[in-house]
Design a protein around this ligand. Structure first.
Ligand SMILES: *Cc1c(COP(=O)(O)O)cnc(C)c1O
Length: 393
């Protein structure tokens, strides 16, 4: 139902999003409710963001308390949460140095700049990037420059020079692009927008080896696949292949706008120094309170353990759906970041899902993506499958 709230948005916002004609009002656990009171089972989590779902009282209380205390300082000063949030993020990510950002795109911008500065300090003459086809790294100029979709890049060319695209999971295509100007190789261990494509173990290991042998930096974009989604805190940990720099966002603040890029001490030593990078808002007391509390809740409630317990059930149910449904040809992905390839037009599938009270997202390659809040239980998966059967009938 198009109501007046939507009308004002349609008339006043730049029309860059294909929004559904619903206005969301509030949420509780796995469910969202629109302004007409209609309930939606959420398997989108606002693009894999709301890992703890909606209305988590402990998180909400922490955020409210922080708002009453202080929510902006600028980075001229320290505040209590910035060090703790950074320390905790380093602990769970295995990195040594953090820079907070306001978004995933900014985390990628920073990661690229950090890599360039590393090469600059080392005077090794390296400035080029190798990125992957079908990748998605965000919409800012640097991020879009390494995004492997022509349609995302073309209208904004010329972009950052010296970016080359290799085939995902094809190590030879990466090797063919490596030269003495290669500064960094950037990839998502599990591609999200590009169609839920999981890196192969040998691909991750092969890239690590190329980087080690040539003083090239390996950058993992964990913006979507990080923060518990694949059953490890960050997806690279599932491969045991540690990047030199990583980008995070989406899940780390459960919806409070916050991202980060992080790096090993050996990289930080040669990388960004005072004056090289900055942000007025980033890492503010509210954002850092969110990160700090989200990590605390993740550990207290063993969200990772839960993901690993419930994900096999999602896999089994989606496999059954593939077997039983003519227009579903394949299941893809890992943990609570999975997708199915459908032969029906996605627009139709999406619209029907909304009608059925189910929120899903599409991805490249006619993929329907399931990235629910990580608190999803088997009963929600059953409910989702029932709705999907109606949607795909
Ligand atoms: C969403 C996303 C980004 C961009 O994050 P924003 O917060 O939208 O700027 C970057 N990389 C990946 C893998 C993403 O999924």
């Amino acid at each position: 139902m198009v109501n007046n709230k939507i009308k004002a948005a349609e008339e006043n916002l730049l029309p860059v999003y294909n929004r559904f004609p619903i206005a969301l009002d509030h949420g509780e656990g796995m469910y969202l409710y629109d302004t007409d009171g209609k309930e939606y089972l959420d398997f989108a989590a606002g693009f894999a963001v709301s890992g703890l779902g909606y209305g988590n009282q402990e998180l909400n209380d922490a955020l409210k308390a922080q708002i009453d205390k202080l929510y902006h300082t600028s980075n001229l000063y320290y505040h209590e949460n910035c060090g703790i949030a950074a320390r905790e993020l380093n602990r769970i990510s295995g990195m040594d140095r953090i820079f907070f950002t306001n978004s995933g795109g900014e985390a990628i911008e920073g990661a690229l700049k950090a890599a360039r500065k590393y090469a600059y300090t080392k005077k090794n003459g390296r400035y080029e990037f190798i990125a992957m086809e079908n990748s998605f790294h965000g919409r800012t100029f640097g991020a879009v420059s390494v995004t492997g979709h022509d349609s995302y890049r073309e209208p904004f060319e010329p972009l950052v020079p010296g970016v080359h695209f290799a085939k995902f999971n094809d190590l030879d295509s990466v090797k063919a692009l490596v030269n003495d100007k290669t500064c960094a190789i950037i990839l998502e261990p599990l591609q999200g927008e590009g169609g839920i494509n999981l890196a192969e173990q040998s691909f991750m290991e092969g890239i690590r080896k190329i980087c080690d042998e040539n003083d090239i930096l390996m950058i993992c974009d964990e913006v979507q696949c990080g923060m518990g989604r694949t059953g490890t805190m960050f997806a690279w940990q599932g491969f045991g292949v540690k990047p030199d720099i990583m980008a995070m966002a989406k899940g780390i603040g459960n919806g409070i706008p916050v991202g980060a890029f992080a790096m090993k001490e050996e990289v930080a030593e040669y990388s960004l120094k005072p004056g090289d990078h900055g942000s007025t808002y980033a890492g503010n007391p509210l954002a850092c309170a969110a990160v700090r509390k989200v990590i605390e809740i993740f550990e207290k409630e063993d969200i990772l353990g839960h993901v690993n317990k419930v994900a096999p059930y999602l896999t089994k149910k989606l496999d059954e759906l593939v077997a039983e449904t003519d227009c579903v040809t394949k299941r893809k992905g890992k943990g609570l970041m999975q997708g199915i390839v459908v032969t029906k037009p996605l627009k139709e599938v999406n619209a029907k899902a909304v009608e059925e009270g189910l929120l899903i997202i599409q991805a490249e390659g006619n993929v329907i993506r399931f990235v629910p809040p990580l608190i999803v239980e088997e009963k929600h998966i059953d409910q989702m499958i029932e709705k999907m059967k109606k949607v795909l009938a």
